[in-house]
Design a protein around this ligand. Structure first.
Ligand code: FES
Length: 309
């Protein structure tokens, strides 16, 4: 049976919010509610088009973290958060005004690249993730504004105001961090969606039926237990087999386009090499698990995933 893996079905999926969650963990319940704020969509759509139209070229993949193997945004966030927190700690000590001002300014400068990486990731997410992500961005913009004001006040010798704005900025950045954690771990924006695949399979060869039943040059989806697999048969009867759910957000690669030895995900355009699953273009930051294939003496196709089990 074909699983309901279309983009529409995911965006219409029910929220994990439940009545017990409201009473027992009101913070989680409140955070879960953010993803249902469809009123934000009026802002999200034009903003998403702006971010997607930015002329970033190959830098877009760098910002996604493709060369790093996981999203770059959380790593870049450490720079402003670390300097701002350090600046606030120095504010507790006498005679550290200049050092604190330098740290606050460094945080303001490094917030830009961190924010850009976050926006680029955000523009390629599910509707629910984009709603939470927009609130996350708004709190961080508030933090950046407060820290910008703090630096200006400190530069003019108004240290008391500068410290107060800095503490307010740290609170806003803390809320932003909470929302970022919710987005990453509760809503699953960022993790490699194919990581479970080797753990769902045995390290054996699986039979996928007669090779002659496979069309050539077209993507075909088959199931190994509960793991969907993309099969592409070449003219010379070589068969490529990759995990079918995209490592980015689980899009169905078997609905994608095959060209130049690669498959393009139909959801956000990540490109994977058929011969080894390598992600040659983001937003996916992880490659697809790639199966070994062979044709048995009776003409039946068999596949095996190295490292499974
Ligand atoms: S699901 Fe996003 S690129 Fe495949």
């Amino acid at each position: 049976m074909r699983l309901p893996l279309t983009r529409r079905s995911r965006s219409d999926a029910a929220s994990p919010t439940t009545a017990p969650a409201r009473a027992e963990v009101p913070l989680v319940w409140s955070l879960d509610r953010l993803e249902q704020l469809s009123a934000l969509d009026r802002v999200i759509s034009p903003l998403q088009r702006v971010v997607q139209a930015l002329p970033l070229g190959p830098a877009r993949d760098v910002l996604h973290g493709r060369q790093l193997g996981h999203p770059l945004h959380p790593a870049l966030v450490l720079l402003p958060m670390g300097t701002w927190l350090s600046g606030s700690l120095l504010d507790l000590l006498p005679g550290r005004e200049r050092a604190a001002r330098t740290l606050v300014g460094a945080g303001v400068l490094t917030a830009g690249p961190a924010a850009l990486a976050g926006w680029v990731d955000w523009a390629e997410q599910h509707e629910q993730q984009k709603r939470t992500g927009l609130v996350h961005a708004a709190t961080n913009i508030a933090a950046l504004s407060l820290y910008g004001g703090s630096w200006l006040a400190r530069s003019r010798g108004r240290y008391r105001i500068g410290r107060s704005l800095g503490w307010a900025g740290l609170c806003a950045a803390g809320v932003g961090g909470l929302l970022g954690g919710h987005l990453a771990y509760r809503q699953g924006a960022g993790p490699n969606k194919t990581e479970p695949v080797p753990h769902l399979l045995e390290p054996d060869w699986y039979d996928l039926g007669p090779l002659r039943d496979l069309p050539t040059g077209r993507p075909v989806r088959r199931l190994l237990g509960e793991v969907p697999v993309l099969l592409v048969r070449e003219e010379d009867d070589r068969v490529h087999a990759l995990a079918d759910r995209c490592s980015h957000l689980s899009g169905p690669l078997s609905d994608g386009e095959i060209a130049d030895g690669c498959v393009t995900c139909p959801w956000h355009g990540s490109v994977f090499r058929l011969s080894d699953g390598w992600n040659v273009k983001g937003p996916a930051t992880a490659p697809q698990p790639c199966f070994e294939t062979r044709t048995a003496a009776d003409g039946r196709l068999q596949v095996r995933l190295p490292g499974a089990g």
